[in-house]
Design a protein around this ligand. Sequence first.
Ligand code: FEO
Ligand code: CA
Ligand code: CA
Ligand code: CA
Length: 578
Amino acid sequence: STAARPGRSLLGFSPIPTSEADAVSVAEGYSARVLIPWGDPVRPDGPAWRKDASNSAAEQAEQLGSHHDGMHFFPTGRNARGEDTGLLVLNHEYIDQALLHTDGDAEMTQEKVDKGVAAHGVSVVAVALVDGQWQQVDSPLARRVTGATPVTYTGPVTLEHPALDSNNPPLGTMNNCSHGFTPWDTYLACEENWNSYFGTEDESWQPSPQEARYGIDNEGFGYRWYEVDPRWDIAVNSNEPHRFGWVVEIDPFDPAAVPVKRTALGRIKHEGALVTESRARLVVYTGDDQDGEYIYKYVSDAPWQSQRARGVSPLDEGTLYVARFDDDNTGSWLPLVFGTGPLTASNGWQDQADVLLRTREAADAVGATPMDRPEWISQHPKTKDTYAALTNGSGWGAANPRKPNPYGHIIRWWEPNKNNTGTTFEWDIFVLAGDPAYDDSVELSEDSMFGSPDGLWFDPDGRLWIQTDISNSAQLDPEQGYDNIGNNALLAADPESGDIRRFLVGPRGCELTGAVTTPDQRTLFVNVQHPGEETDTIGEPTPENPRAVSNWPEFDPQGRPRSATLAIRKDDGGIIGT
Ligand code: FEO
Ligand code: CA
Ligand code: CA
Ligand code: CA
């Protein structure tokens, strides 16, 4: 592994201070430009954004969704004018009904449910670097995938499975948090808090143990869609939730391609899907973001290129494992395979489809280690050490050593001989997040302190970009020890030297997510998600709520805060982070 070696740092910028301003601040020598905010049309001739939220559901389905999250940049070469072009593919994790509708969420209607569903999913947007600035351009590849787009299912769980038999057609993907991408240039959208859309007004309904294990209850997040749309009424459609919790493969280069839910990767609250290649196999790491849930790894059954040559998706034929982190800094990947260990017919398991539909219960049965909310996972391009953000949680033992853990930490593991296909590993804790003024185990300074790490992304040089998602309730609660840390931030770390520096701070109420550079590393794209969250009224801060109010990025008193993407360039045209 990579012990911290003080010396030359990969980081060349001066760290910036914390901020509580309703603005983006970025390191000196860099500029950030806003593009593709929620509501702009995905194709320039599409329906225009209306700042009073009066766009219809049908219009929203042709516009950028809300709550930008995980994102990848697929380069598409140079256009006829010699400009760099590419596709930004990004998730829209959830919605804020107070912002999405002119009358907020006072009364639920089918049109409002449809608009909410249309604001979820994925956008494929074409961009070009014009005169040194990225801007949206037209492309026949630009499209939306929403919660109502037809989808299909492959792997051990297919639409023929009785558990997926629903009154509804198979539609859509919801609560896409982080993401992944494959060596064959497809995008993976991951379904996280999909349980939250379901509920019922039927007071006689009670969740089964399986439903309870995934957090399905009467109310979900309180969207109340089930009041008008039986698709989301758990008492009416008990199989509809089985269609969610998967990793969804989307081909951004074929606008007619139907999104495919790859069920061999398990059914959890997937944060993301970090794809790597090892010993010619495809390896996918994925976290289940809930306090006390697990980290998983999937390994293709054969070299991925030979699978594809046979017409088999490497995401359909492989083995799913779950991690056990032992207290002596070793660990094991435990297979979740029907007939193996406790996952037998005599213990009530029917087949591999049953194991995958109940992935969490299977992981419980094999003795996986509960973790402090596993978020993004990224792998160092050279050492192949794998890093996971544990955003905060209860503290579950040596791998989650703070009890409770309001600030989170970043754990890393390395597998023997850089072989990511095996079943053993060693681990350590890369950094404990937090404020040293409140916790003297934190070895961070004013330039580097942060809390609740969520997004992690290694650039090709080995800089680890850390994006934070401190909840607004934690920021506003003096008991939580977050009052010195400011708004959510993007930091860069050099794992070799241990150097960590704050690079960018977002506007009020937002989290930062989706960081990825262009292949030349001269542009960094990052998403500002949910500016103004916890805002009861759009406008000036109030004494009760002095810092959660935002109207970023337009600051239009008649408008509203909008999630958007930032394109960050170095003013001298250099590599980001240097
Ligand atoms: Fe959607 Fe786990 O953050
Ligand atoms: Ca996240
Ligand atoms: Ca979040
Ligand atoms: Ca988060």
